[in-house]
Design a protein around this ligand. Structure first.
Ligand code: FAD
Length: 266
């Protein structure tokens, strides 16, 4: 079973909200000083899903991360959990992409890897939360995709997927090769054991630029964007408090009702 996991490095979503800043002149998030990035949590669930398949029937797991400024200790985490190879799409040309150009670049890298039975993505990246890249990759590769998996089992060339829905889950079967996006309902990703951490430290990632994956530079990163970001901003929350007076509780309730009617709320 040849498996590929797409895992993104993101700003730590657990960082204190006060450390989150946007530079309005560039429409970009300013990385909070002293806060290390992490692998997007849903992507750790995707790594765990692949490891469970590997535990059950063996196989090879290749992780792909696209980005710039990738911190080696961070992007190697899937290796320390038990993945076999790490490919980094690390080139300035991949920067500032949108869901389309990110999915295109990842799909081209997967085509270059060649043999794959299963591709796992997180249900959405914890920074921009678009939830589009997984389905985009499947579309570029012309393979079926199933989103929001909470359990994946393989038998007879098919994946049996329990897919999260609003009030429970549904069970789907999909022919391989297929792409599956994984949700946190899959359960906790495993901790990296010391042996895995030491093996990951020794392993060198494979680094590819657009030319290495046969990608057209005009289609990746900012050059390949199909969407423009008009404005990135933090909403300002304003709260006003008005004390409703009254001689007694009944009168205060009447005054409240009158205020609400005045404000056209009732
Ligand atoms: C004008 C503009 C400028 C932008 N500039 C930047 C920027 O400078 N830096 C930036 O980080 N974002 C930038 N973005 C956001 C970027 O578009 C999103 O990262 C992209 O749309 C994917 O959405 P998402 O990250 O929410 O991924 P989702 O669609 O939510 O991701 C789903 C899954 O796809 C996989 N995946 C997604 N991205 C990657 C990746 N990079 N590597 C490996 N696997 C991945 C993961 O498995 C992930 O769980 C910009 C967007 C716009 C429109």
């Amino acid at each position: 079973m040849n498996m590929i996991v797409c895992a993104k490095q993101v700003l730590d979503p657990e960082a204190p909200p006060s450390s989150f800043k946007i530079d309005p002149s560039t429409n970009k998030v300013v990385p909070p000083p002293g806060v290390a990035p992490v692998i997007s949590p849903f992507d750790e669930n995707a790594v765990e899903a692949a490891l469970r398949v590997k535990d059950a029937q063996g196989g090879k797991i290749t992780v792909i991360t696209l980005g710039t400024g990738l911190v080696r200790d961070v992007v190697k985490k899937p290796l320390s959990m038990g993945a076999d190879e790490l490919v980094l799409l690390e080139d300035a040309a991949f920067d500032e992409g949108d869901s389309w150009s990110t999915a295109y670049a990842l799909a081209m890298a997967i085509k270059k890897i060649g043999e794959y039975d299963l591709i796992f993505c997180g249900r959405q990246a914890a920074d921009w939360d678009a939830g589009q890249v997984g389905a985009g990759i499947a579309e570029f590769l012309g393979i079926p995709s199933v989103t929001l998996a909470r359990k994946v089992e393989i038998s007879d060339g098919k994946a049996r997927v329990e897919r999260v829905i609003a009030d429970g889950y549904e069970v789907l079967e999909v022919e391989l090769p297929a792409l599956i996006t994984v949700s946190n309902e899959l359960g906790e990703p495993r901790y990296a054991a010391l042996k895995g951490i030491m093996a990951a430290a020794k392993k060198q990632p494979i680094i590819w630029a657009p030319e290495d994956i046969g990608a057209d530079r005009s289609q990746v990163g900012a050059a390949g964007r199909h969407m423009n970001l008009a404005k990135l901003f933090q909403p300002v929350k304003e709260g006003k408090c008005q004390i409703i007076e009254g001689e007694n509780v009944e009168e205060a309730a009447i005054n409240l009702a009158l205020k609400l009617r005045e404000a056209k709320i009732i």
